[in-house]
Design a protein around this ligand. Structure first.
Ligand SMILES: [Zn+2]
Length: 223
């Protein structure tokens, strides 16, 4: 049995640190041009535990190279994903709490920071601690799938299939893509996909959609 719930809509928000907050990250740098904005972004995100450069997603057997204004952070074994989202929002000065409370096992958020006229992006993946092995694998791959979608690196996943164009034409939303990644990871981990059922779907449309994506992986993923 797969327990799986992605907290809705993979929240995306804008963080606009105040001028004095930027100052905390640099007492010497006066923000004048791009180079300095880039340095500030790096200080800012690295001080909050993000990294840039090469990011590995072992569940999907892929690695991606981030642009210098893209930053990534993965937090696993979270006690309560919903609460952690609000802590993060607070940490980034987004004071409005995430409004509709929901039980969720995973989340991927995108934060946008601006300095001068430059922009940078932080991506956070949160994974719940209370998951069985299959659900853990599925959730990690699903949420990191959202991350790949945000940074526009879906192709690296489509290339894992015998017919990348066909698979691509069947993926309509970020959620489809996340679920495709979930099934891929289970297949990589040697689960028999036909024995995996997602719990609590209740919605027959969701069930059909998930089965359709599972079949794509079952039929077209390269060995
Ligand atoms: Zn999702």
């Amino acid at each position: 049995m797969l327990a799986f719930l992605c907290l809705s809509a993979s929240f995306s928000g804008s963080i606009l640190p105040e001028a004095n907050e930027w100052r905390d990250y640099s007492t010497d740098i006066i923000i004048q041009d791009k180079v300095e904005a880039k340095k500030l972004f790096k200080y800012y995100f690295e001080s909050k535990g993000f990294k840039t450069g090469k990011i590995k997603i072992p569940e999907l057997n892929v690695e991606v190279m981030l642009e210098e204004n893209q930053f990534y952070k993965r937090e696993e074994y979270i006690m309560d994903v919903y609460e952690r989202i609000n802590e993060i929002r607070e940490q980034f000065g987004l004071l409005t709490p995430y409004d509709d409370y929901a039980q969720g096992y995973g989340w991927c958020g995108e934060l946008e920071a601006q300095c001068s006229r430059e922009k940078a992006y932080g991506y956070i993946v949160l994974i719940d601690k209370n998951l069985n092995n299959a659900s853990m694998i599925y959730t990690k791959a699903h949420e990191n799938g959202h991350f790949l979608w945000y940074i526009d690196k879906q192709e690296i996943i489509y290339q894992k299939f015998k017919n990348p164009h066909l698979v691509k034409s069947k993926i309509h939303t970020n959620e489809d893509f996340g679920d495709l990644c979930g099934w891929i990871a289970l297949k990589i981990a040697n689960y028999n996909l036909n024995e995996c059922f997602i719990m609590n779907t209740e919605n027959p449309e969701t069930e059909t959609r998930l089965a359709r994506l599972r079949n794509l992986v079952e039929n077209y993923l390269r060995d």
